[in-house]
Design a protein around this ligand. Structure first.
Ligand SMILES: Cc1cc2nc3c(=O)[nH]c(=O)nc-3n(C[C@H](O)[C@H](O)[C@H](O)COP(=O)(O)OP(=O)(O)OC[C@H]3O[C@@H](n4cnc5c(N)ncnc54)[C@H](O)[C@@H]3O)c2cc1C
Length: 421
């Protein structure tokens, strides 16, 4: 059922047009609320490698009507392969091994394609009768926020000032909304010991199609290649264990220098990856970090996705939390549009069990995933072999399916319109 209630709909600002921000915008527009989305980048940001959809996030994608678009872009990724410096197979972990809950899930789509699917859904929903659409403003960001008894006064980088009833921070790991409304990032950010980078490159010769191929180097470095939707291209993935370095923030030259120093002479496909990095158009680099806050809402301001509860790529649940969080937040706002405080309180209470479970990291964290020594690398491969053994599979399947038990609430006001017959 689709309900549109345009009379005096609340004014909602969403900061950040990534997965979380666009998913909230889609659901609010379906409930008759026209949100304003500001995105710091000049256009939707492309890039990112495969992100997983499983358990509740898959159900959310179904309820949001995203599955036809997701299936159009779905990657044919069949599992993970660890190789040595000559590219020889060490251990192979098929995607269906742990009930589809291993490192490679049954449904994988690149982060950029998922964002595009959301934007297309928003555009399509905007043509439904009564849907007020979404007001997008690219190249814009919040300069200051002032909450008062009737709303929030927001000053923008462009110099504009506007009033909103609710402000949603969907602006990622380094959320400016969080800094302005909750305090400095250092209070909430736990650096987990490594940086990661992704970019698109031509698929090198000698790579097995459809498999995520991972290569561990001594020194705490992992290089990988994942299939892309187009077989001619692959997604390079690099993880480097090192101390945090604030000088790397927004410093692409410094980030690429760290990668160059770490990968040079490393064997396998590292030379090809380095060569392609210089020409990559969607180079992405960030710290592997976790965000934890006691509350994701403060008065009329709410955080969603990485801004509120980034689990880091290690959790494998970043996009899942963004989608489920967006669905619950939009659903609660649509449920009591004239009582944002009550809606935001219910959002936190309803979502917390899911986030607590999804934020859990695999045992050993970065250290186990990116060993520093040759012995550590051998031990990690041995563990992978044991985990894939017949005896261990049922235990691993149980461990990896904890978030599956979360019961999603129903929000009838924010369902997609049924297809026209
Ligand atoms: C380009 C890109 C590539 C990524 N690739 C991967 C990947 O390969 N694998 C993976 O696990 N995770 C990746 N991530 C992170 C992943 O998208 C998130 O962990 C997850 O989907 C949660 O999404 P989010 O919307 O909360 O955050 P994000 O996807 O980070 O989106 C936040 C959005 O807010 C925008 N923004 C930032 N600051 C401001 C501001 N001050 N004002 C307005 N807008 C702002 C950003 O440009 C971005 O569009 C990537 C993120 C980005 C932006």
């Amino acid at each position: 059922m689709t309900t549109h209630s345009s009379a005096a709909a609340p004014r909602v600002l969403i900061s950040g047009g990534g997965i979380a921000g666009n998913a909230v915008a889609l659901q609010l527009s379906r409930a008759g609320i026209r949100p304003t989305v500001i995105e710091r980048a000049a256009a939707p940001r492309p890039g990112g490698q495969a992100v997983d959809l499983r358990g509740p996030s898959r159900t959310v994608a179904e309820r949001m009507g995203l599955m036809p678009g997701i299936h159009r872009h779905q990657l044919d990724e069949r599992g993970m392969l660890h190789v040595d410096s000559a590219g020889h197979e060490i251990v192979r972990m098929p995607a269906d091994l742990f009930g589809g809950n291993g490192a490679v899930a049954e449904i994988e789509i690149t982060r950029g394609d998922l964002n595009q699917v959301l934007l297309e859904a928003i555009s399509e929903a905007g043509s439904e009768p009564g849907n007020p659409g979404v007001d997008y403003r690219y190249g814009e960001f919040i300069r200051d926020l002032r909450e008062h008894s009737d709303g929030v006064r927001v000053g923008f980088a462009s110099g504009a000032t506007m009033e909103f009833d609710v402000v949603i921070g969907a602006d990622g790991l380094h959320s400016a909304t969080r800094r302005l409304a909750f305090g400095p990032e250092e209070q909430f950010n736990t650096y987990l010991g490594a940086y990661t980078a992704y970019f698109t490159m031509p698929t090198p010769a000698g790579i097995e199609p459809h498999w995520m191929t991972m290569y561990s180097m001594p020194g705490g470095i992992v290089a990988g290649l994942r299939p892309d939707a187009d077989p001619a291209t692959a997604k390079a993935l690099i993880i480097i264990r090192t101390d945090p370095d604030p000088a790397l923030r927004r410093n692409i030259g410094g980030q690429q220098e760290l990668i160059r120093t770490s990968l040079t002479g490393g064997g396998w496909q590292t030379a090809t990856i380095l060569d392609a990095m210089d020409r990559a158009e969607d180079f992405y680099f960030d710290e592997i970090a976790r965000i934890t806050l006691p509350h994701w809402t403060n008065g009329r301001i709410a955080l969603v996705g990485d801004a509120g509860y980034c689990g880091s790529p290690l959790s494998g649940q970043g996009t899942a939390m963004a989608l489920v969080g967006a669905y619950v937040l939009a659903g609660e706002i649509a449920h009591t549009p004239h009582d944002p405080a009550a809606a935001l309180t219910r959002y936190t209470e309803t979502l917390r069990p899911f986030v607590e479970s999804a934020q859990q990291l695999p045992p050993g964290g970065v250290k186990a995933m990116v060993p520093r020594t040759k012995t550590g690398i051998r031990a990690a491969h041995a563990f992978a072999r044991i985990a894939t053994s017949r005896v261990m599979q049922p235990l691993m399947t149980r461990m990896l399916s904890e978030t599956e038990s979360y019961t999603l609430p129903d929000y009838p006001a924010a369902q997609p319109a049924p297809p026209l017959t």
